[in-house]
Design a protein around this ligand. Structure first.
Ligand SMILES: [Zn+2]
Ligand SMILES: [Zn+2]
Length: 238
């Protein structure tokens, strides 16, 4: 927990770490989602009626990562080079920090690490956010994450967007048509546009913003880190 807090409130802005994050496509799946959930649960200084409780840092990081992804699918890269571009390089920044011993016991803002962990574990704000925007993000979720093993998962003619990992698997096994690459680039660009709109407006409190842009961070993290945590949380939406 302490590692995620120090990450959210400092390290992420460092230029060298930013480069490492881009090369690794963000954080490992556990810490990518954990980073967003900690931000949603504990951030209380935001503007508008929601007063924070949005994954702002994760959104800003993923704005950059999605920009890289659009670039990778837009450039005429060979199959081998595209595969290399989609692979994670180096190690997860937070995993590296945690292996350094004491860091996870550090608290934040006068709260002990244990208290912060309990707040985050309840995931109340996160569940609310994910459930409210479910109707939108589920249209763009990776079918291979959502229905593992299904042969329909590679129905590439439809809107669903395979995540980075499953795109790489498909690319390694069968390659991608140029038209498929172009479609992926335009789908990623559409998510990026919605994500930017949400970052610019901070618009959860805006009645006209609705759930659409608020779903983009889920799709962005789903693409880089896979969809398992959000699917597990959404199972309780009712
Ligand atoms: Zn990690
Ligand atoms: Zn997937």
């Amino acid at each position: 927990m302490g590692a995620l807090w120090s990450f959210i409130h400092g390290e992420i802005m460092d230029g060298g770490i930013r480069t490492q994050l881009r090369e690794h496509w963000g954080l490992c799946p556990r810490h990518a989602w954990g980073h967003a959930f900690v931000d949603i649960e504990l951030w209380e200084q935001g503007t508008a009626t929601r007063a924070g409780h949005l994954p702002f840092d994760a959104e800003v990081l993923h704005e950059e990562l999605l920009g890289d992804a659009v670039g990778a699918f837009t450039r005429p890269l060979s199959r081998r080079r595209l595969l290399r571009a989609l692979a994670r390089k180096g190690r997860c920044r937070v995993c590296v920090g945690l292996s350094g011993s004491h860091v996870d016991r550090i608290g934040y803002a006068g709260q002990s690490s244990g208290t912060l962990t309990r707040i985050v574990d309840q995931l109340g704000f996160t569940r609310e956010l994910i459930c409210a925007s479910r109707g939108t993000w589920r249209l763009g979720m990776c079918p291979s994450c959502a229905w593992p093993g299904s042969t329909d998962a590679y129905a590439l003619g439809s809107r669903p967007l395979l995540c980075r990992h499953h795109t790489s698997e498909l690319l390694a096994a069968d390659g991608l048509y140029t038209s498929t690459q172009e479609r992926i680039a335009s789908q990623l660009k559409a998510v990026l546009t919605r994500l930017r709109r949400h970052i610019e407006t901070g618009s959860w409190a805006d009645p006209n913003a609705q759930a659409d842009p608020a779903a983009a961070w889920v799709e962005a993290l789903g693409w880089t880190a896979g969809w398992d945590p959000v699917l597990a949380i959404a199972a309780d939406c009712g």
